[in-house]
Design a binder for this molecule. Sequence first.
Ligand SMILES: Cc1ncc(COP(=O)(O)O)c(C=O)c1O
Length: 390
Amino acid sequence: MTGRERQRFETRAIHVGQAADPATGATIVPVYQTVTYTQDAIGQHRGYEYSRTDNPTRAALEVCLASLEGGRFALAYASGMAAIHGATQLLEAGDHVVVADDLYGGSYRLFTKVLPRFGVRFSYVDATRPEEIAKAMEPATRFVWIESPTNPMLRLVDVAACAEIARRQGARLVVDNTFATPYLQNPLALGAAIVVHSTTKYIGGHSDVIGGAIVVDDEELFQRLRFARNATGGVPGPWDAWLTLRGARTLALRMREHEANARQVARFLCGRREVARVHYPGLPDHPGHELAERQMRGFGGMVTIDLAGGAAAARTFCEATRLFALGESLGGVESLVGYPWTMSHAAFPPEEKLRKGISEATVRLSVGIEHADDLCEDLAQACLRAAQGS
Ligand SMILES: Cc1ncc(COP(=O)(O)O)c(C=O)c1O
């Protein structure tokens, strides 16, 4: 099947790019653990030459991901950061990027510490107010770069409005769609030119494989990205591609469970006096709730909270949970708790974090697919410990 099937998401996740293996009939895409492909004569091969350039297991993943995002082309990378770096290979010295300031710390590190050395300039704006993006645009602006919902404050950014601002100035909108996943949001359909993913998170879904992807609709862009990826080499191995594809097959099921659990957890935490604020786009009083209803098909599995007892309470809370493992990352079937101040957002200076609303009282929850009542019981005992310890 091609990436342009009309079937529904769940069906495409399981079938697109995954026809029975032509060589053996294997129903499941095999792991083509090979570097090279024997040629019938010099230059005569069957579409594959060398696995940095192309590999059949990786190709299956790419065709599937393109279909799930509603684009024509996808490229898999060795990590989300490799994909993000891959997208920036479209830039040249002198180019300018307008970036939403509420973004993943690793992207911020790349944009502040690495790419400026190559002459690319970045301006940071509050993208929840698209007029701020419009103000920051320059003749040299090539990309507008956003995440929605943002990490970790779960703010909503109007993807269609940003795409229109970028388009008017001849720039491209890039959306990091890691938090939303293609199941809940398709930025290309909202006008974005490039979608990036850390497939390490929900798409892989089991916290056992690092990976990334870019999805585009424009063939010229795809060819340039593909050339750059082959030239720089940040590809996933076949096993990693296979594990990611296996994860993608159940993305819809898992996202439904993540979301149902996150809603229950968010409502539960709203009722706890140890919790000063709950940030979850599914709550009707969340400032981005209506926008989320418009541009997403659900609210996702991430919940961020501010503990009433401040830094000490937040730290105690993070160390007190039993089912929520304290760790970096998100999007796996198991629940995780993170402390953005020193973990995912360590790369931001303190004043920057505070400006974004991340304080020492902020805790990020990646709500897994365990039973929601067990998760709430775990959070309840962590709340009590936080109140005692702070
Ligand atoms: C929104 C977002 N984008 C990109 C990345 C980077 O992905 P990876 O860790 O796979 O390189 C992360 C990692 O946490 C992320 O949260």
